[in-house]
Design a protein around this ligand. Structure first.
Ligand SMILES: [Zn+2]
Length: 321
């Protein structure tokens, strides 16, 4: 059986009332500086909760982003609205001061939404130039790696000198790769943010929700940045190691599992186990002929597969020296 529920029409009523109040009476009361007839302290907590974004009002429905209402706010809501436990919302006909508060909050949130939306085209316009000016502290990493590699060889093999030119090439290579990563990912992040802003328009400018979503997007960005920094540097380190060892005449290595839980966890992405007992740890391979080790069966040296923290212990051919 279908019958009319109060909740069907009350929101419409509220909207009409809202419209009339805002368009006609509120300006008049303001111009005349007349004390508003309904200005009282009864609904203080509700108005504070709305202003702070703890309670959101749209179309006759009060909701809470956290799903919670404090006792005093609930008490005030119960004066004119009924709680729907299923949706966790309050539905009812709010008095004019509540409508006015909702309109003010919505207006401010709309301004915030618009200002956030304006940031995106600016970011896109400046992106290329800003990315071009970006530098990464990789030079120090190269010199530390170089020393480490020489130490691992002891006196049994000598790494050829790393010329300033070779240094510059390595630094340039790293920058090119990392900037390409960022460039490839930028449209995705911009489109995610655009979706957040558009979704917020449809949701009636929920400022709290906008803040929450933007914070979530920041986390996405921060995680992506962390991933790119880690993955690209890991690839760079492995590539540098392979080339340097081979330039010193070291062609083979023993695959050594890092033994920490994170590398063993790499197995969950697929590919062969990197840990003890697997086909890699403790086995001997050639730098120019890596074993099957990647997540999709790629042939890769230690440190190259996704999440891999294994190392290559150089095999020194003493008879050659
Ligand atoms: Zn590994």
């Amino acid at each position: 059986m279908i019958r009319l529920q109060d909740s069907y029409w009350q929101p419409i009523h509220a909207e009409i009332q809202n419209f009339l109040w805002l368009q006609l009476y509120d300006p008049i009361f303001n111009i005349l500086a007349i004390k508003k007839p309904f200005q009282n302290a009864r609904l203080d907590h509700l108005q504070a909760a709305m202003t702070e974004g703890r309670v959101f009002y749209d179309n006759g429905v009060f909701s809470s982003p956290s799903g919670k209402y404090d006792i005093r706010t609930s008490k005030e809501l119960s004066e004119f609205a009924t709680f729907n436990p299923r949706s966790g919302t309050w539905v009812g006909l709010p008095p004019p001061e509540i409508i006015a508060t909702a309109a003010r909050v919505k207006f401010e949130s709309q301004r915030i939404n618009e200002r956030v939306a304006e940031v995106l085209p600016k970011f896109e316009a400046n992106f290329e130039a800003a990315l071009k000016g970006l530098t990464f502290p990789i030079a120090h990493v190269i010199s530390v790696m170089n020393e480490g590699l020489q130490q691992s060889l002891g006196t049994l093999a000598i790494l050829p000198e790393l010329t300033p030119e070779a240094y510059a090439n390595l630094i340039g290579f790293y920058h090119d790769q990392q900037k390409l990563n960022i460039q490839n990912w930028e449209p995705e992040q911009i489109s995610r943010l655009r979706n957040v802003i558009e979704a917020n328009v449809k949701a009636g400018y929920n400022r709290q929700e906008l803040e929450n979503r933007i914070r979530q997007e920041w986390e996405v960005s921060a995680n992506k940045a962390r991933f790119l920094a880690r993955q690209e540097t890991s690839l760079f380190v492995s590539r540098f190691r392979d080339e340097r060892y081979q330039s010193a005449g070291v062609e083979e290595y023993i695959w050594m599992s890092s033994g920490d839980s994170r590398c063993r966890a790499a197995n969950k992405y697929g590919g062969p186990a990197h840990g003890p007992g697997g086909p890699l740890h403790g086995h001997r391979f050639r730098f120019d002929d890596p074993p099957i080790s990647g997540t999709r069966g790629e042939r890769e040296n230690p440190g190259v597969p996704f999440g891999c923290r294994c190392i290559a212990r150089p095999v020194l051919n003493i008879t050659k020296v």
